[in-house]
Design a protein around this ligand. Structure first.
Ligand code: SAM
Length: 270
């Protein structure tokens, strides 16, 4: 499926769940922003910002001492970001753009952030080359990418249920998430695009889940919106029942699902 269409069809779900997912999101944002290390007065660009992760956290950290631009391909994602910013004294500046052709001057940013975005751009080289162009010499890009599907079991279990009952689209929607599960793939692509220093670190956390609650709904709706949109109301209700039954079959009443990702720091040495 075309990525632009996928994300346009997913934007409502991302808007709906943005606030509910803000706390788990911050557990990933914090190490990513620490690694990026933006300082007061610097210009930060968040690419594939979606509804504001991690640009909202970055803007909160800088408190107006610097600039944060939040950019995404899909305007409806940025509408969600704008809604979340209403009470923010120093909101990020939203700019709709494809990260393969950015509407920004060369060397205009000190730091680039990209959380779970690069894997959805088929032409990775073009996106990395644009990142390098808009970074000033000595600047850095901090990227978060998912680890292997088998180590992100909530995605995996939902994907298997959907693939069984509703065909191969589930696998097609999941596959890009894990494109950089082997960190060497991204390291190689970054050097090829001209970054001169790259380091990465694995990050493992867990999502707590109360099995008496539909804790899986945000993941289901944010990752699989285009497939869910094809189901009738009855089919959707049946799917929810089936997923609840799958998880209820687990022995523990309170479970934690592993979440595995890598954060990469790409640098341009002066
Ligand atoms: C998984 S979401 C991540 C959103 C956000 N960074 C987060 O972590 O919550 C992927 C985002 O990438 C965006 N995207 C996909 N292709 C893009 C492209 N070529 N240029 C810019 N953004 C793109 C989508 O619109 C979507 O908002």
């Amino acid at each position: 499926m075309d990525e632009a269409r996928r994300w346009a069809e997913s934007a409502n779900a991302w808007q709906n769940w943005a606030e509910g997912m803000a706390n788990p999101a911050d557990r990933i944002n914090a190490p990513l922003l620490d690694l990026a290390g933006a300082k007061a007065g610097q210009a930060v660009l968040d690419l594939a910002a979606g509804v504001g992760e991690p640009s909202l956290s970055q803007a909160h950290r800088l408190r107006g001492r610097g600039m944060v631009v939040a950019s995404d391909l899909i305007p409806a994602m940025l509408t969600g970001l704008a809604r979340r910013c209403m009470a923010q004294p120093h909101p990020p500046l939203p700019v709709a753009a494809d990260m393969r052709a950015l509407p920004f001057a060369t060397a205009g940013f000190d730091i680039i952030l990209c959380r779970f975005g690069l894997m959805f751009v088929p032409d990775t080289g073009a996106a990395l080359t644009e990142m390098r162009r808009v970074l000033r010499p000595g600047g850095a890009a901090a990227l978060a990418v998912w680890g292997p599907r088998t180590q992100n079991t909530l995605f995996d279990r939902l994907g298997r249920r959907l693939a069984t009952d509703h065909g191969p689209l589930a696998d097609r929607l999941l596959a890009p998430l894990f494109r950089f599960a082997d960190p060497a793939e991204l390291v190689h692509a970054a050097y090829k695009a001209g970054f001169t220093a790259v380091r990465h670190q694995p990050l493992c956390t867990t999502v707590p889940a109360r099995l008496d609650q539909p804790f899986w709904r945000p993941t289901l709706e944010m990752a699989f919106s285009p497939l869910l949109a094809m189901l009738s109301r009855d089919e959707l209700a049946g799917l929810h029942d089936q997923i609840s039954a799958d998880f209820a079959a687990d022995a523990d009443e309170q479970r934690r699902f592993p979440v595995t990702l890598s954060v990469h720091l790409l640098r341009m040495e002066t």
